[in-house]
Design a protein around this ligand. Structure first.
Ligand SMILES: Nc1ncnc2c1ncn2[C@@H]1O[C@H](COP(=O)(O)OP(=O)(O)OP(=O)(O)O)[C@@H](O)[C@H]1O
Length: 285
């Protein structure tokens, strides 16, 4: 779901429709500007992110890909307020994260961001139902029972609600984690390899749910993945190499992503130059 255009003139409206969907009026759900992250110093210095600027539009599903060590997790963790950058800024909605104190950051993460991790991160002593409502319970917020029922039924979890995580399959656990991420209707859901521990059938289920969260619920989803098939569910793939954004593809298909990843794995700098020059749908970031 894209943001509404409000009271725009026809010319403004036409202009905004032709703009990149991640840069339309209404503001992006998340934005990194000139983001750098340096680990260590001197001989051991690692520049995990090097002047990265990228927008993630509202109501869009974006995959972040790139070779191992290219900075994907660092970017996602900085975007989600789980890590701080060395320089540059991150904005979630209209809030710049660098302006927030610890308590405000905790509240923002709790109220406006949903997380789905590779390792599910469910609380083992709680039932599926309790895990799903945990973020609201901690925040002292009421559970919207209609929304809870909708999410639970859409994710096929109705008959699993009273089970604990160790009584659920990996796919079911990740569906509970998706429900937990959705329950507070956050501005944005981040997934760090959300299908990394799942077989292909469960992966398909989880990705369909994230896709539906965007298409049916108007959520914004950003995932890190190594899997071209997973990225094929996204509206857009942002590629990183050596801490830089090197390509940005809209409406990707899995074969195209696979080919580009192969190039990046072979020779990051060379493939970047070649592909950016020849790729018909390169968007720039
Ligand atoms: N805590 C840390 N201390 C030092 N270096 C780090 C730290 N975390 C990450 N790095 C380095 O920063 C770079 C980017 O790491 P990051 O985990 O973001 O890459 P990635 O693309 O997510 O990799 P992968 O696909 O293997 O998970 C790597 O060179 C990594 O070794």
């Amino acid at each position: 779901m894209t943001p509404t255009d409000g009271d725009q003139t026809p010319a403004e409206s036409a202009e905004s429709e032709s703009a990149h969907p991640d840069q339309r009026p209404g503001g992006p759900a998340a934005r990194a500007q000139h983001l750098s992250k340096i680990y260590g110093a001197g001989d051991t210095e690692v520049r995990a992110l090097d002047d990265v600027s990228v927008d993630f539009g509202q109501g869009r599903f974006t995959a972040i890909m790139g070779p191992s060590g290219s900075g994907k997790s660092t970017l996602m963790h900085c975007l989600a307020g789980l890590d701080t950058a060395t320089s540059g800024s991150v904005t979630i909605g209209d809030v710049e994260l660098t302006t927030l104190g610890d308590k405000q950051m905790t509240r923002l993460r709790r109220d406006r961001i949903g997380f789905v991790f590779q390792s599910f991160n469910l609380v083992p002593t709680l039932t599926a139902r309790e895990n799903i409502t945990l973020p609201l319970d901690i925040a002292g917020r009421e559970v919207d029972t209609q929304w809870f029922d909708m999410v639970v039924d859409r994710l096929g979890l109705r008959d699993r609600l009273d089970h604990r995580p160790n009584e659920l399959s990996g796919g079911q656990q990740q569906r509970v984690a998706c429900a937990r991420a959705l329950i507070g209707r956050p501005d944005i859901i981040f997934g760090d390899e959300p299908t990394g521990n799942l077989d292909s059938r469960s992966s398909g289920e989880v990705l369909s749910i994230l896709r539906a969260a965007v298409d049916e619920f108007g959520q914004t989803v950003v995932i890190v993945t190594h899997d071209p098939r997973a990225a094929g569910y996204a509206d857009r793939v942002v590629f990183l190499a050596d801490g830089h954004v090197v390509n940005d593809i809209t409406d990707p298909d899995a074969d195209e992503i696979f080919e580009y990843m192969k190039q990046l794995d072979r020779a990051p700098a060379e493939s970047t130059a070649t592909t950016a020059a020849t790729h018909g749908r390169h968007e720039g970031a």
